[in-house]
Design a protein around this ligand. Structure first.
Ligand SMILES: *Cc1c(COP(=O)(O)O)cnc(C)c1O
Length: 580
């Protein structure tokens, strides 16, 4: 008799139909499942949520990250410290009885999986498998391999990638899934191609050249790769010494080198060489990637955010009233003009009040409800230039004293000293500006705080150093809440920006030839423009021309949220990558 265990019954349902398997090192599905660090993970979560809304036949694989990324503490001087994030998987997901084994340093390391189901109101369901090495019988070190997201050294990272890529494919097979496409979200999952090469190996007696036992074309035919990294240094690379020490030689080293790079195993290159469809995450990023990997066909599918997740309650209510069905059909934002100005403004004020009260309770910053509020929250790391607005303190004070207040949030990776220094710097400036410009730094940025912030500020500021922002997604979240972007023209904003209509640019357009690589010169040029627009456009319009301001809020929704949502993105993945 078949088992009546409800989880196994559920699994039996899931394996009925062939699936697209989405692999991601991190995934942000809910605020209290802390298995994400930033934009990449939130995108993965949004992808699966939209997939469920659209009833796509998908399954997702990730790591359990039992101790999360980290919980951020910040002392009064702005110094960050990191605590493990404790969470209890069994409160959210079910442990499955199946086990698979991966080879690490010659040992068989057992891997188990937890099943979490993303359920959509449309009736769509997507299973997400969280891989877990914390099993009795594994060595104490091996049991820690799925503890820390982006923790440890290179060897820890490679072992995690073995669990994700190789362990993930094995687990899906063990559970009985038939997979028609494997989608690698960033290079972390690239080792899944090695496992597929092993599975599709041709018998030696069938081929005339020994190298042809490796059916590269067959693997390529079922793999899709999305790259997220616009700079060479950002790609995961491992020395072949480390690779052979940890993995042995699952496929002959000359074959591996021909696919993953001569000198190092480059996970991006490996994924690119074994994928039929490759894409960057915004148009510009697609081009940048083509330059980085000449000779490869690289498409661009611009990111989007999950509309329902990233709209605050007061705007949800408004959209429900005037644009019913918007959450599963964000194209309805095209009719945003139906919402009366007063109601749109009132919904924004409600979100702003919730944010300001929250920030005041958290930080004692004493922010008020009337002042033009600027938000800046994202990973604290050098290229995001969180301090650009403070390039010329005298000028900022002259323009903005009493006229703006600024809310910051964001974690620095534990090993990113510059990122940590930026957090300290902002704290120092916050003290300096006391009595002139109110500022707050909200610690421990997460999805819940992100939603409060993108919905409750008046302007969302983003000042990355080009071309480092592959896409950026927080600005799309802001647009969903009628919050305008004030941003450097990089990533998605190149596509979303219409000056003075959907928001404002900072610095020159991307087609203007960069006359310099000198970062100081670029910083100065961007800061000049930021100050000029703040002084002559944003501040006057906010206080004196509420009508135009609300028109722009509508345009952010009707033009930006209309397009930069995850439903549109997923439809493109389906037609361009999944079924072709
Ligand atoms: C959306 C989001 C990000 C990504 O922000 P960017 O500004 O696009 O880098 C990072 N962290 C959290 C918690 C988010 O919700």
């Amino acid at each position: 008799m078949k088992s009546m265990d409800p989880i196994l019954t559920q699994l039996n349902e899931f394996i009925k139909e062939p699936k697209i398997a989405y692999f991601s090192m991190e995934i942000g599905l809910a605020n209290d499942i802390p298995t994400y660090s930033g934009g990449l993970g939130v995108l993965a979560g949004d992808t699966i949520k939209s997939g469920a809304d659209l009833k796509l036949p998908m399954v997702a694989v990730t790591l359990l990250s039992k101790k999360g990324y980290f919980t951020q503490e910040i002392d009064e001087r702005g110094r960050q410290s990191e605590l493990p994030t404790i969470w209890e998987p069994s409160n959210y997901m079910a442990l499955l009885p199946s086990k698979v084994y991966v080879q690490i340093e010659g040992r068989d390391v057992a891997i188990q999986a937890w099943l979490y189901v993303v359920k959509s109101l449309t009736g769509g369901n997507i299973p997400v498998f969280f891989l877990d090495a914390d099993i009795q019988g594994n060595s104490p070190d091996d049991r820690e391999l799925t503890s820390h997201l982006y923790g440890g050294d290179l060897s820890y990272r490679l072992k995690q990638e073995i669990i994700l890529g190789i362990g993930g494919v094995k687990m899906l097979h063990e559970l009985g899934f038939e997979i028609k496409k494997y989608h690698m979200n960033e290079g972390h999952a690239a080792l899944l191609t090695i496992e597929l090469l092993l599975r599709y190996k041709r018998p030696i007696e069938d081929v005339w050249d020994e190298r042809l036992v490796w059916d590269v074309d067959r693997v390529k035919g079922i793999c899709v790769f999305t790259t997220h990294t616009p700079v060479e240094a950002g790609h995961d690379k491992f020395s072949y010494d480390l690779v052979s020490k940890i993995m042995g030689e699952p496929i002959p080293i000359d074959i591996l080198k021909s696919l993953g790079g001569k000198d190092n195993l480059n996970m991006t290159l490996l994924a690119i060489n074994l994928s039929e469809f490759i894409n960057g995450v915004a148009k510009k990023h697609g081009e940048v990637s083509k330059h980085m990997f000449p000779g490869y066909e690289i498409s661009a599918i611009t990111n989007g955010v999950h509309s329902f997740t990233w709209t605050c309650d007061s705007l949800k209510k408004l959209y429900d009233k005037y644009l019913p069905g918007w959450a599963n059909e964000p194209e309805l934002f095209v009719r945003v003009g139906r919402i009366p100005d007063e109601e749109l403004w009132a919904a924004h004020i409600e979100a702003k009040k919730i944010l300001i009260d929250f920030v005041n309770a958290e930080t004692n910053a004493g922010l008020d409800h009337e002042t033009l509020t600027i938000g800046f929250a994202r990973r604290a790391t050098a290229y995001k230039r969180a301090d650009l607005i403070f390039s010329d303190m005298e000028r900022l004070e002259k323009i903005a004293t009493g006229k703006i207040q600024i809310i910051y949030s964001g974690k620095a990776h534990p090993k990113d000293d510059h990122g940590k220094w930026l957090i300290e710097k902002i704290h120092v400036i916050k003290e300096k500006l006391k009595g002139k410009i109110k500022m707050a730094y909200v610690k421990n940025y997460d999805m819940e705080k992100a939603l409060k912030l993108v919905a409750g500020v008046d302007v969302w500021l983003n000042t990355p150093l080009r071309p480092r922002e592959a896409s950026g997604t927080s600005g799309m979240k802001a647009a969903h809440n009628g919050v305008m972007n004030f941003s450097v023209l990089d990533g998605w904003w190149i596509e979303g920006h219409i000056e003075g209509f959907t928001g404002w640019a900072i610095g020159p357009s991307p087609t203007e030839i960069a006359l310099t690589d000198n970062v100081e010169v670029i910083d100065k040029r961007d800061a000049d423009d930021l100050y000029a627009k703040l002084e002559t456009i944003l501040i006057p319009m906010y206080y004196n021309d509420r009508h135009t301001w609300i028109r722009m809020m509508q345009n952010a929704i009707g033009k930006n949220a209309y397009y930069f949502n995850c439903h549109r993105m997923m439809r493109r993945y389906v037609t361009e990558a999944y079924i072709r």
